[in-house]
Design a protein around this ligand. Structure first.
Ligand code: DX5
Ligand code: ZN
Length: 223
């Protein structure tokens, strides 16, 4: 099943609760929460207090994407704030295994992300332990960038692994997803699609989600 995870990075922060309600009623399954520290990526977004403020206003699964150095240090505060899943970058920490274990210990689902320049095979030792693998289809840091189709072989590799191991691993793509690229990503084997500007830049959030979902479902038939 295809799941859409709208990224609030592109939402209007002056009315975040209404923005979240719009995507929840619009058919999203998750809420993608992009945390940036100005160090691991060249941009700063928001921290755990924003997650805690949103927790009581929605039932959406909180898909927290940590684009920060030292995720091990900050994971507990995001878990406490209400994260359901914490995804961190392979490139961001010295000991990814320790970070996987710590997030699991906190009672959250665990995701691991790779930047465009990182080989997908670095995920191999972790795949059996992950709930989700995230293939970045832009350089992390900003919304509204162009989708990189050359990342699709990574998605295909992960889908093949999941099929070969009868695994329920979610395969997420993040960056430049709209109704056209959603088809490409789903066809390659992605089943969780992050969309920021394509959802929050549309006048009707629900319609945008429905369109992305429909074209992904078309692509998915070919998997
Ligand atoms: C980029 C973030 C993305 C971003 C996606 O660093 O991780 O989640 O919000 O935005 P769009 O969908 O506009 O590319
Ligand atoms: Zn993200």
């Amino acid at each position: 099943m295809i799941q859409i995870s709208p990224s609030i990075l592109s939402a209007d922060f002056s009315k975040l609760a209404q923005e979240v309600a719009a995507v929840e009623t619009g058919g999203a399954q998750m809420l993608h929460i992009d945390v940036m520290d100005g160090h691991f990526v060249p941009n700063i977004s928001f921290g755990a207090c924003v997650v805690a403020s949103l927790r009581p206003v929605t039932g959406l699964l909180f898909d927290v994407h940590l684009m920060i150095s030292d995720p091990l240090r900050y994971a507990p505060s995001f878990a406490k704030a209400g994260a359901d899943m914490i995804t961190f970058h392979y490139e961001s920490c010295a000991d990814p295994q320790q970070t996987v274990d710590a997030i699991r210990q906190l009672g959250c689902k665990v995701g691991m992300a790779i930047k465009p320049g990182t080989d997908v095979s670095v995920l191999d030792p972790f795949l059996p332990q992950l709930d989700m693998a995230l293939v970045m289809t832009v350089e992390p840091g900003f919304g509204g960038q162009k989708f990189m189709p050359e990342m699709m072989p990574k998605v295909g590799y992960l889908r093949q692994w999941a099929q070969a191991h009868d695994s329920k691993l979610w395969i997420q793509v993040d960056g430049g997803i709209d109704r056209n690229t959603a088809r490409t990503a789903a066809q390659a084997g992605a089943d969780v699609l992050v969309a920021g500007s394509a959802v929050f830049g549309a006048a009707d959030r629900g319609e945008a989600i429905a369109q992305i979902c429909a074209s992904a479902a078309e692509g998915w038939k070919a998997v």
